[in-house]
Design a protein around this ligand. Structure first.
Ligand code: C5P
Length: 224
């Protein structure tokens, strides 16, 4: 069975408040996107790796991305995360499975990817997640509506692994109709079961400036 990887890196990085989009910021001297690509590339299990970027970053990517990644297929993203992802999904075969990953999660563990692919066998949807450590409240207008039991709360990350057939069907049906901050929302909406692969807390999404402090520490530990 063919396995594809889709790395989305077409965000503007507004929340980082820097001119350079966050995926190109260097952490311990290596750009975030290169760190992420290395993980997937070095595993050597993917039939094809797609990298989704903004049109305005294409030149920069072509000039600066390590030559090692020359067989990665570059795709131009869209205005939203979902649009960027959909642009890649449209190119997928119906057969096979795909691993979707945020370009700004460079600390994903390669061992976890392998273990999650094993866990995926016989399923259609597996998402990385960690147990919530804080108590979570559902809030409306700054007023607490409910307090879900913490033991049932997981924080969802990427990678998210789907059968191509299912993710294509989910996007074709729900893209643009409901908001989805992750792809598994569309898949759940189809009535498909989505399973959790318990990942680790290092797999952070580098989004706001304070994330860079932690990213630097994790990178130094990883590079050591
Ligand atoms: O915006 P958010 O942090 O949820 O983005 C998650 C991932 O989706 C990031 O890797 C970002 O680069 C990507 N993205 C994208 N196209 C957009 C917006 C976000 O590929 N229009």
């Amino acid at each position: 069975e063919k396995i594809y990887a889709i790395i989305t890196a077409a965000g503007s990085g507004n929340r980082m408040g820097m001119k350079t989009p966050k995926q190109f910021i260097e952490v311990n001297n290596i750009p975030i996107i290169e760190r992420t690509l290395n993980k997937f590339y070095d595993l050597n299990i993917f039939d094809k790796i797609f990298l989704v970027i903004r049109q305005e970053d294409k030149k920069f990517i072509e000039e600066n991305l390590s030559k090692k990644f020359r067989d990665i297929q570059i795709i131009i993203g869209g205005k939203t995360r979902e649009e960027s992802t959909f642009n890649a999904i449209k190119l997928l075969d119906d057969d096979g499975i795909s691993v979707f990953h945020d370009g700004v999660r460079p600390f994903v563990s390669k061992d976890d990817i392998i273990r999650a692919l094993d866990f995926f066998k016989g399923k259609n949807a597996v998402v990385f997640a960690v147990r919530e450590k804080d108590t979570v409240k559902v809030v409306d207008n700054m007023k607490v509506i409910s307090s879900p039991a913490r033991k049932n709360i997981f924080r969802v990350q990427t990678p998210q692994i789907f059968s191509n057939k299912i993710i294509k069907e989910a996007y074709n049906k729900f893209y643009g109709k409901i908001e989805a901050t992750d792809d598994s929302i569309f898949v759940s909406k189809l009535g498909e079961e989505v399973y959790i692969y318990e990942s680790n807390y290092n797999n952070i999404k580098i989004t706001t400036p304070e994330d860079l402090y932690l990213a630097d520490l994790i990178a130094k530990e990883e590079d050591y």
